[in-house]
Design a binder for this molecule. Sequence first.
Ligand code: ZN
Length: 494
Amino acid sequence: MSQSLYIYNTLSRKKELFEPLSPPFTGLYVCGPTVYGDAHLGHARPAVTFDLVYRYLKHLGYKVRYVRNITDVGHLESDADEGEDKIAKKARIEQLEPMEVVQYYSDRYHEDMDKLNVLKPSIEPRASGHIIEQIEMARAIFDAGLAYEVNGSVYFDVKKYNESHHYGKLSGRAIEDMQAGSRELDGQGEKRHPADFALWKKASPQHIMRWPSPWGEGFPGWHLECSAMSAKYLGERFDIHGGGMDLLFPHHECEIAQSNAAYGQDAVRYWMHNNMITINGQKMGKSLGNFITLREFFSGSHTALDRAYDPMTIRFFILQAHYRSTLDFSNEALDAAEKGLKRLLQAYETLKHLSPAGSSDTDHSDLAGKCHTALLDDFNSPVAIAHLFDAVRVINAAKDGKTKLNKEDLHNLQQVFHTFLVDIFGLSDTFATQEDQAQQIIEGLMDLILDLREQARRNKDWETSDKLRDRLRQVNIQVKDGKEGASWEYTSDA
Ligand code: ZN
């Protein structure tokens, strides 16, 4: 922790020195998925982004408590507290219990995350398991005079809150502008101001997910779960809160208001938001038909995909852009990511087999330092990756005998590649494994061919024996006959 980490804080709109409340401990809360469908590319970006944050904080020596929730109740179809609960709707269509839907898609989400090599959070709380905490928080806000009840629903009084606080300080929106776009729909009519949001909603007779509360049977508003669960597991004040930029408003703006109303202070010290992924320059959306799930990427089954892509390619594609930049998906971009990742992993493999020279032509001892400098600057993964690519050129030149690397440099490069590629960027060497398999097949085939050739030689069938040798030579394989039998090696001077 001797190094200074700078994090861009969405709230202050500038990079700030990371100074945790109680080092070496630090808390990280990230908004997880609403589990009513398979995870798509838009879910992969926050997952990979905050996996990098989590891994790097740990690498720096922090003891990180990473909380990533699962939303299983209260997320309605519209952010304006309108429409059906997303999970209840899916359950109705599929004729399942809502919790069956939740279990099914949570399991699949976890499988997808494992494939992306995203580490599991320390705690993964579900909204439905924290109804009491949410009622308590709603009550605290109510008691502070910043919420009101209408027909068994409780709404946050944004206008009143804004008299003493600043609602909109995260998103930069003004509540005067929030009038526009609001509609007098179900529930909307109960609100005193269009910017008000539900802390608790009365359950209609057909609503399945319902709990008793001081205001009658109902269910919590979507924004309340993250405030209640982060307070429970990380404290009323904690270090980092992350999520996608699409959650900045209203979700995170509401979280700020709730914490201030209930606990009298901002809960979060550093707000981090990853930018969005576009698909061929277009926003992703169900109606646009370009919602590609991770499973479709891994199998290549979506019509927009030329082929299947390895999860590590998706992960590397995300890490190749800085998390605050937009990232545009295309088949070409993924092809390029795959090529780049292979180059890195092959160089890492090459390192293991290079024999050291007596001396080095140039000094490579600062590579780790350069990579750290990039990551300490608001997790700038593309710059760190660019430094690794510089090293790849040196490694490949050493392989071709065009430059020299001594023992110390080789060892250092190996360590840096392991630390950054494997530990911090979480890129497992699936490709290298695939190549190992290919190598095993080649070795098996060569054993067979050399056996056949040995048999031919024993039978004094020199024609077949020579033919096998010559044909192998055409594909750059040289057979050597020795006392211990025949052996083979690759040769480039065929
Ligand atoms: Zn959240």
